[in-house]
Design a binder for this molecule. Structure first.
Ligand code: ATP
Length: 284
């Protein structure tokens, strides 16, 4: 909890409120290694000579909550809504403008830093599918060399902003081995954290998060055992579990529509419950 720093964690902050299931370890790791220094008062940071981490890499299978964590950490630190850009999107833009696109991403943070210095909010830039930019570098499979120049532009930006304390780059990838080594050096994406598929307790937390609304609305059937669903969803990602809950709701809804007399539809829907069998169908 900090007072003078521009980034403040609310005293009543609770990890449970972030809606992130099963990633307590990863979250605290990211926070400790990449963000803790940001809640110190700026004068203390400069006295101690602490260098804020400018970049982190989150890697692991799709749909495991990487973007979710990045967003929630941003909220927690009162950051500007993160800019999310995808690697392929940057490359697909008109050739020759990719570097310009990268440069532009940094402009708001640079402008605010000029105006407010250390009082600037944190600007987070998320590069989703970062590997798409890196793949071509050196491999020369891409005759335009666009990948190379985009990475170079990104490196130049990250290296040139030593004094700029108000931004953080978060790279994301499903394939860490494709990420250019140059990007992983100290001062760049120096904190690297794996975000894997959730284990059973993690899946239970995710199921609880994604059924919270239907449980509080009283439409979860009495025969549904969330722990059983957690056991049955081995190897499912958080995104897939969220999909299962949505799909189970659709099964329940369709079941009700089939039996309902149209005139009494709204009456019937108000009695609708999502039953164990709906979840089993969804899991299938
Ligand atoms: P990708 O690599 O495909 O970009 P990602 O790891 O960034 O995936 P997210 O975009 O964070 O995945 O996840 C998609 C959605 O799945 C989230 O918005 C959330 O609804 C759900 N989800 C994923 N993981 C979790 C989790 N650990 N806890 C709660 N919900 C989750």
């Amino acid at each position: 909890v900090s007072h003078k720093a521009n980034m403040i964690i609310q005293p009543d902050f609770r990890f449970e409120d972030l809606g992130i299931g099963g990633l307590d370890h990863e979250f605290s790791n990211i926070f400790r290694r990449a963000f803790a220094s940001r809640i110190f008062p700026p004068d203390l940071v400069s006295k101690l000579g602490v260098q804020h981490v400018k970049g982190i890499l989150l890697y692991g299978p799709p749909g495991t909550g990487k973007t979710l964590m990045a967003r929630q950490i941003g909220k927690m630190l009162n950051a500007v809504e993160p800019l999310i850009v995808s690697g392929p999107e940057i490359l697909n833009k008109f050739v020759g403008q990719s570097e310009e696109n990268v440069r532009k991403l940094f402009e708001p943070a640079e402008r605010e830093y000029r105006e407010r210095g250390d009082q600037s909010q944190l600007h987070i830039i998320i590069f989703d599918e970062l590997d798409a930019i890196c793949k071509q570098r050196g491999a020369r499979s891409d005759s335009t060399g666009v990948g190379d120049s985009v990475v170079n532009q990104l490196l130049a930006k990250m290296d040139g902003v030593n004094q700029l304390n108000n931004f953080l780059i978060i790279g994301m990838t499903n394939r860490k081995e494709l990420i250019d080594d140059a990007l992983l050096r100290p001062g760049r994406l120096e904190v690297q954290i794996e975000v894997g598929l959730p284990d059973e307790p993690g899946r239970l937390q995710i199921i609880k998060i994604h059924t919270a609304k239907i449980r509080s609305n009283g439409i979860l059937g009495d025969d549904v055992d969330l722990a059983e669903l957690a056991a049955l969803s081995k190897n499912y990602s958080g995104a897939e579990i969220s999909g299962v809950v949505k799909s189970a709701s659709s099964y329940a809804f369709n079941r009700h529509i089939k039996v309902a007399d149209t005139a009494e539809l709204s009456q019937d829907i108000s009695d609708m419950k999502i039953m164990r069998q709906d979840f089993l169908n969804a899991l299938d």
